[in-house]
Write a protein that binds this ligand. Structure first.
Ligand code: FMN
Length: 209
């Protein structure tokens, strides 16, 4: 697909790392994504460390500022990308918490109908298990997730990351670049479109009241 010629605007991708560590491999993966993304794609990393734990009482008082910032960053983006570590076969608590907050935005521009992708760097299985878990969670939010080609980096393989968490493996960087090329096409194919508020289990529960 001659995407470069047919796309007349830049693609803004909001990227979230599920690890708060300064030298996190997943945050490093997102920094590498900023470098290898197609020329017309901007990858903005949103730091989720200031989000409180999701709490319905807190929400009822009005979204705390970091939550408002997350929701508005998602609304302003054309797509979302999640880089997940593997914590006990699942994603990290902070990642799930960020998605739970974001899923409470039911307006146009929220995760509903938004193109997304999941990547990750972790232990021996390269985050395959948390990626499957996130796929289910994001399915419920209405995010339209591109799964393949896929980026699952075995973070402890030699010469993959340096001690600052930068992705240094040329093969891994090439794999990430190819994934982002395909993601660019995915975003392009999906939008723009009319906003449809997908029914989620939350909507069904509210309707039944
Ligand atoms: C609480 C915790 C649980 C973990 N559980 C797993 C696991 O089940 N499987 C695995 O392969 N790695 C596991 N790891 C290793 C992490 O996936 C690995 O340290 C990863 O690099 C963390 O991501 P980060 O570098 O972005 O911080 C675990 C690490 C922590 C801190």
């Amino acid at each position: 697909m001659a995407l470069e010629q047919s796309s007349d605007k830049r693609q803004r991708v909001l990227a979230v790392s599920g690890s708060l560590r300064k030298t996190s491999f997943n945050t490093g993966l997102l920094r590498a994504a900023q470098e290898v993304a197609p020329d017309w794609m901007d990858v903005e990393i949103f730091d989720i460390r200031d989000l409180p734990f999701y709490d319905g009482d807190l929400e009822a008082q009005g979204d705390p500022e970091p939550v408002r910032a997350l929701k508005s960053a998602i609304r302003e983006s054309d797509a979302v990308m999640f880089a997940t570590p593997e914590y006990n076969w699942g994603t990290s608590g902070v990642m799930k918490n960020a998605i739970d907050w974001a899923s409470r935005d039911r307006e146009e521009g929220s995760l509903m109908g938004k193109p997304g992708t999941i990547i990750g760097a972790g232990g021996r299985a390269g985050t395959s298990r948390p990626q499957m878990q996130l796929l289910e969670t994001l399915g419920e939010t209405g995010t339209i997730v591109m799964v393949k080609p896929g980026v699952m980096i075995s973070a402890f393989a030699p010469d993959t990351f340096d001690s600052d968490g930068n992705l240094i493996s040329p093969q891994a960087r090439e794999l990430l670049g190819k994934h982002l090329d395909e993601f660019a096409k995915w975003i392009f194919r999906l939008g723009p479109r009319d906003f449809v508020p997908f029914a989620c289990e939350m909507d069904i529960a509210l309707a039944a009241r």
